[in-house]
Write a protein of this length. Structure first.
Length: 307
């Protein structure tokens, strides 16, 4: 889930300060937030073990469903990937930035505009599978797809879902996050993250920061009320490559964030809101984290048993 933050402080507080620019970029990461402590890092050794264990179990499931070619599947070729249906990769949008507060490097923004995904941390990568294998792996079906594979019923959420349940245990109840029904083992943290973000946007400091950033953008020749409006301008979605106007807008956006101390202020307000959420729901969140630790221990055992 994309959790885009906003909020900020008075203009010109940090102009020309390289240390403050570095601080802004350090804070403009998911890892810098309090609630991130309740969302395991998929790139850590334990996180990678969970991914490997999931594919080990999914491979066994696919063989059980009659996909005999999976007997020779080298897990190393699929580690760090997630399945997508064959023929769907080309339609994915490249517009957007994976960081919480969007572009923060004027030079990069001048080169890539808002087409700047996976700037810092490469996550899992999509990998295409034929329709029948994709359906069996994910339990996601299109019209005309069979719910069975070689005469065997496909488990709920496919072999990948079955594998996750074996690692984590029963799936928790779905929660609503931003009007979207979200299921998964970290949905609770995502729910509180969203609620904290929503509360932070109402803070007077947020509105003051938006005004400071917007005034800075006006001086640069651009009129947007806040960074979200700039980064989601429909004009940027018309092609796979950024236009000159998009590049200039994004570069100005990044400069204004740095010149007004936007990210530092935003982060402070949103972090306070998250700490308040953690204090109110600490028992639930601690239980979720304990469950994640048990799952990682299960995953390590699965991986070790295969070795």
């Amino acid at each position: 889930m994309a959790l885009t933050g906003l909020l900020a402080v008075s203009a010109c507080q940090f102009v020309g300060d390289d240390d403050s620019d570095d601080e802004a970029r350090r804070l403009n990461t998911m890892k810098s937030f309090p609630l991130n402590a309740y969302i395991p890092d998929a790139t850590s050794p334990d996180g990678k073990a969970v991914g490997t264990a999931q594919w080990i179990l999914a491979k066994q499931c696919m063989v059980r469903l009659g996909f005999t070619g999976f007997k020779t599947l080298d897990i190393r070729t699929v580690d760090g990937t997630y399945p997508v249906r064959q023929g769907t990769l080309a339609s994915s949008s490249k517009v957007g930035d994976d960081s919480p507060y969007g572009v923060d490097d004027p030079d990069l923004a001048a080169e890539h505009g808002y087409h700047n995904r996976q700037r810092d941390e490469p996550g899992t990568q999509p990998m295409e599978w034929p329709a029948d294998q994709y359906a069996a792996l994910t339990g996601t079906f299109e019209s005309g797809d069979s719910r069975r594979a070689h005469g065997h019923p496909i488990p709920k959420k496919g072999c990948m879902g079955e594998a996750v349940r074996k690692i984590y245990g029963p799936e928790p109840k779905p929660v609503k996050v931003g009007g979207v029904q979200l299921s998964g083992y970290y949905s609770l943290a995502a729910q509180y993250w969203y609620q904290a973000h929503k509360a932070a946007r109402k803070d007077p400091g947020w509105k003051k920061a938006d005004r400071a950033w917007s005034d800075c953008m006006k001086d640069e020749g651009f009129r947007y009320p806040d960074p979200d409006e700039a980064s989601t301008d429909s004009a940027w979605f018309r092609g796979d490559k950024p236009s000159q106007k998009e590049k200039k807008t994004a570069a100005a956006d990044a400069r204004c964030k740095l010149d007004t101390g936007y990210i530092q202020a935003v982060h402070a307000v949103e972090s306070r809101a998250q700490k308040k959420a953690i204090a109110a729901h600490k028992k639930e969140l601690d239980e979720q984290r304990a469950g994640a630790e048990r799952a990682m221990a299960n995953a390590r055992k699965i991986v070790d048993d295969r070795s």
